[in-house]
Design a protein around this ligand. Structure first.
Ligand SMILES: [Zn+2]
Length: 251
């Protein structure tokens, strides 16, 4: 069994502290890294277990926690005299964002050298690493978005990031799907305009991928009640659930 933990289930448009920005932990892999992710991983004793970070896209709500996470891992590695390597896969642009942080002294270059961060900028992915098979496919969003599938040999977990059109992901089979559901069906026009999915879109994808369960995430203050999102998804795919921050599953 492997741990699946929802660290942040909100989105950039969410007002309030109930839902933090997107981040999900699965068996040593972190999908996206919203603000505050390092703190939540630390509280749950998962930061030291994180080996791979998969960034879906560079919108700030999905990556703004990565700077603090890098600094914390570097400091922890140094204090505990641990050799740490973290492999980071991301659409193109993350290296220059981090380089700018270093250049402007927002992050200390000396600090970052205390751990081994390998940034791989990719446009798609099919790799075996740390005992896992990871696939990344390009999806349709306002920014270049990669949906990921992680197979640890026992269970497969897919993650959409943000997308209005997930057909590339739908060609893959998964046991569990984590999919954004930014809007209910009545705001379909807004979903299309801003490159997002409705709860029903996510449910259709779960059915096509042969998933056992669909976890709906990336809610915002225009998403309406979580119950509305969940019931709309359930009409199409019964085993749908809106997840909350700190929800944890053994899968
Ligand atoms: Zn986005």
């Amino acid at each position: 069994m492997a741990k699946l933990v929802f660290l942040g289930t909100g989105s950039g448009g969410f007002v309030g502290s109930e839902r933090q920005n997107p981040s999900v932990y699965f068996d040593g892999v972190l999908f996206d890294c919203g603000a505050g992710t390092n703190g939540r991983l630390t509280d749950l004793e998962l930061l030291n277990k994180t080996e791979i970070i998969l960034i879906s896209h560079l919108h700030s709500d999905h990556i703004s926690g990565i700077y603090d996470l890098l600094v914390q891992v570097a400091i922890d590695s140094s204090l505990n005299k641990m050799e740490r390597t973290i492999e980071i896969f991301s659409p193109p642009g993350l290296s220059s964002l981090i380089a700018n942080y270093v250049k402007t002294e927002a992050i200390s270059a000396e600090l970052l050298k205390l751990a081994n961060f390998k940034i791989h900028e990719i446009e798609n992915l099919d790799i075996k690493i740390n005992g896992k098979h990871i696939i990344g496919v390009k999806l349709d969003h306002l920014a270049f978005d990669l949906g990921y599938l992680v197979d640890n040999g026992k269970v497969r977990v897919a993650y959409s990031g943000d997308t209005r059109e997930p057909s590339a992901l739908e060609k893959l089979k998964t046991d569990y799907l984590i999919h954004e559901a930014s809007f209910p069906e009545k705001y379909k026009d807004l979903a299309i305009k801003f490159g997002h999915s409705t709860a029903k879109d996510a449910a259709k994808t779960a059915a096509k991928m042969g998933a056992k369960k669909l976890f709906l995430t990336h809610l915002n203050n225009r998403s309406g009640p979580a119950g509305e999102i969940e019931s709309e998804a359930k009409e199409v795919f019964k085993s749908s659930i809106v997840v909350n921050d700190f929800d944890s599953f053994e899968i």
